[in-house]
Design a protein around this ligand. Structure first.
Ligand code: NAP
Length: 321
């Protein structure tokens, strides 16, 4: 099969095409003929060798975890009805033309949803739907979203503003991204590069935020913690700045702010299935729009990673196999 390997830790150029043996589905597993693979920000950080404390993978390895495609072969004990089904799943080594997954990890893609948006939802649909659930967003809430123009952020804006009816203030960078997040339902969009973004965000919120969804971390995340209302919820689940937001836990306790972090979005398997199925059904019904900023051929995975790191694109970067 065709695949992309990380041959050593480094820049996007270390992603190189390779011919590898087809994976063989074991008991309870299927072989997926992959159509699309998502890219997620942390894959660029793992490839660069920057997060080795948390991810133990060593080169050479095939990156990628979220695929959509068609079931092409069955392992022992798998019911024949799976053959030919359009599915989406987490897998190991997804930057490849074939991958295996256990049947209980498969999401059947609704008939009216294309495999491209289905791939865009494999990770982001789970995390975004789960985050809105975990933080119990309601129409009474003022919600501040950092990293709103990214793959997950664009879903969070829609889920908080449209599905839950919250007053959403979205933080993004540049006119095009600000316009997009407004179009997706944010009541206001504030440019994170403006020195006075905290006061602009506070004005747009009409005070402090009941819920902060921080997908960028670092200094902006720490500043956003100060914008969280007493009794509010603060989720530090993102670190494209290089680190998760560090907050004073004693202050959080004193102000009765509920803190959530990356561990809270590592959902158990049954929840993953439920959340992905829900996101897929919402997208199939036209109520949730996965924003795909660019599609690269699998062989150009290095260009895809460069695009994610270059921060020029909005939404999700997906690979076409
Ligand atoms: N996707 C998931 O399911 C998932 C699950 C758990 C955790 N996370 C974490 O959530 C974060 C976002 O993930 P994603 O998949 O949505 O990534 P993404 O689609 O690549 O989006 C990244 C977002 O972060 C912003 N950003 C990038 N570098 C930045 C910087 N230096 N300073 C401020 N903002 C920056 C980007 O905004 P600009 O375009 O304006 O730069 C963009 O909105 C990542 O840290 C990821 O590890 C994601």
């Amino acid at each position: 099969m065709r695949a992309i390997q990380v041959k050593e830790f480094g820049g996007p150029e270390v992603l190189v095409p390779a011919d590898l043996p087809d994976p063989v589905p074991g008991p309870g597993e299927v072989l997926i003929e992959v159509s699309f693979v998502d890219t997620i920000f942390v894959e660029t950080q793992i490839r660069a060798g920057g997060v080795r404390d948390h991810f133990t993978v060593t080169p050479p390895y095939v990156p990628g975890g979220g695929v959509s495609g068609t079931v092409a072969a069955l392992g022992p004990d798998v019911p024949g009805e799976w053959l030919g089904r359009r599915v989406a799943s987490f897998v190991q080594g997804g930057y490849a033309s074939r991958a295996v997954a256990a049947t209980d990890a498969l999401t059947v893609v609704p008939d009216t949803l294309d495999l491209l948006p289905a791939a865009a939802l494999v990770h982001d649909g789970v995390t975004a739907t789960g985050l809105v659930e975990l933080t119990s967003v309601t129409s009474a809430d003022r919600v501040l979203i950092l990293g709103a123009s990214g793959g997950m952020g664009t879903l969070l804006v829609q889920l908080a503003a449209r599905a839950r009816g919250a007053h959403v203030v979205a933080l993004a960078r540049g006119a095009e991204k600000l316009a997009l997040v407004r179009e997706l339902g944010a009541s206001a969009a504030v440019d994170l590069t403006a020195a006075d973004w905290p006061s602009r965000a506070r004005a747009a919120l009409g005070g402090a935020a009941d819920v902060v969804l921080d997908g960028v971390g670092g200094e902006p995340g720490a500043t956003a913690f100060a914008l969280t209302a007493d009794g509010g919820r603060f989720s530090a689940h993102g670190a494209p700045t290089g680190g998760f937001a560090t907050v004073d836990t004693q202050e959080a306790h004193r102000r009765d702010v509920r803190l959530l972090g990356i561990a809270d979005v590592q959902f158990p398997a049954p929840d993953i299935q439920r959340l992905r199925a829900h996101a897929s059904q919402e997208a199939a019904a036209g109520r949730l729009r996965p924003v795909v900023g660019a599609v690269f051929p699998l062989e150009e995975a290095s260009a895809a990673h460069a695009a994610v790191e270059g921060r020029h694109l909005t939404g999700k970067v997906v690979l076409r196999v």
